[in-house]
Design a protein around this ligand. Sequence first.
Ligand code: GLC
Length: 545
Amino acid sequence: MTSIDLTDPDWWRQAVVYQIYPRSFADANGDGVGDLQGIISRVPYLTSLDIDAVWLSPFYPSALADGGYDVDDYRNVDPRLGTLEDFDELVGALHSSGIKLIVDIVPNHSSSLHEWFREALASPRGSAARDRYIFRDGSGPDGSEPPSDWDSVFGGSAWAQVEDGQWYLHLFAAEQPDLNWDNREVRDDFLTTLRFWSDRGVDGFRVDVAHALVKDLSEPLPAKATLPRQSESNGLHPLWDRDQVHEIYTEWRQVLNEYDPPRSAVAEAFVPAARRARYASADGLGQAFNFDLLQADWDFGKFRQVIKENLALAELNGSSSTWVFSNHDVVRHATRYGLPKDPDGAWQDGKAWLLSNGTEPTVDVAQGLRRARAAVLLMLALPGSAYLYQGEELGLQEVGELPAANLQDPAYFRSKGAEKGRDGCRVPLPWTVEGLSFGFGTGGSHLVQPKWFGSYSVQAQEGDAESTLSLYRKALAVRRGLQTGATLEWVDGVDWSLHFKRPGGWQSITNFGAAPIELPDAAVVLSSSPLEGEKLPSDTTAWLI
Ligand code: GLC
């Protein structure tokens, strides 16, 4: 049972946070799209997992050009998902079960249907309404070319033209115009939004593309060939991770600290580890996602290096590390770990989003699941907070076979089909073995669930002590009793293993190699796969005490 102290200002430091992608979690009204009442109906399930908090991906009114990350109205609920009253009910239901709630906030861009953008379109060049976004005249003799040759993250130009010939910047889809964070009204409006949800009882915020808000758009705009590599730009890239972005988060922190306990925040900032620290500073957002393990191949050396580096960073800035293997943007890790190893040993971008249509290598499902189970025990034994993505507790695989006509991700459309995009990890959860949408709801499912989904369902795993769901439940319960302090002591062992001790004598050993290894003389409390006699087999983690 959860027993988190709802008044503890440091609750987030060691929290297990479960990400809900609301349109794909549970559908109470049978329209094929998950909703807030669906989540409320599953609070007992969340309680049975023994998590500390839920992170809710966007549930705001949206035309869904980018799965809800195109927000029409930051202070309301999409009518397909419910109402503000439903939201309040959800907060109440979670809190009375001892579960905190973090919501997503999307400050880099609004949607093109936001009232500000509509006003900008209806207003002339140079108007105050246009100044809330990033409008520029085009290049070329008649201005018919975009102001620069920059690409959007989802492919194609980062500029779109409006009726009067001007262009606006969109780092993501064209339906996601970038806001102008030099504009005081924009800054103030987000402070209002932070207060709006904090007043409604939200405990924290996940800040979408936190590193993109401040841009240097002084003319002439540099050509993309001259832009520094993001990972090496050290604050000098015109679009990403500029030092001045932290002024915004200092203001946010002041607002978040008006509350008791202060509201937490975690930055989604794809920046090098050393630059992540500022996002996670106490006078900034407080915590930042570390995607290093998510990007690492299943390799003990790489894992050890990432863990050491991130624990050292957390110690330096007084934050806590975050660990994550899956989220709504990447191929599920039970599938990633079943892919053949990259020839050069490095995780490649192609694994983040599903590989181009029809070119996926064969997935070794059994190996992927075995490693995913070992990975989660390793992660949960680390100091810091762990972020889980809905369905990983079922060992769910990526859905690679979604029909093209069903795909929703703008990355698919903007890459003209070269990228399959992220829909395969967003398919609605299977709750039951059979049934129209495997218990997701009484209607269908907005992304087509494959036939094999039922075998991964909650119902299929409930009574099975060896299931992945049972492993997660046991691990989370054991962790709650053992997780204390922020220290970790490495133990030397065979080369292909990771062995460390935590306060209280808790030990975790992972065998990344092929040959079984000896276990130390201590009681095994949990293992991700059955032991081989007294030995720890390949791709397995054991906890001992
Ligand atoms: C973040 C979100 C992703 C979204 C993008 C644009 O990376 O996690 O889903 O597409 O921002 O908002």
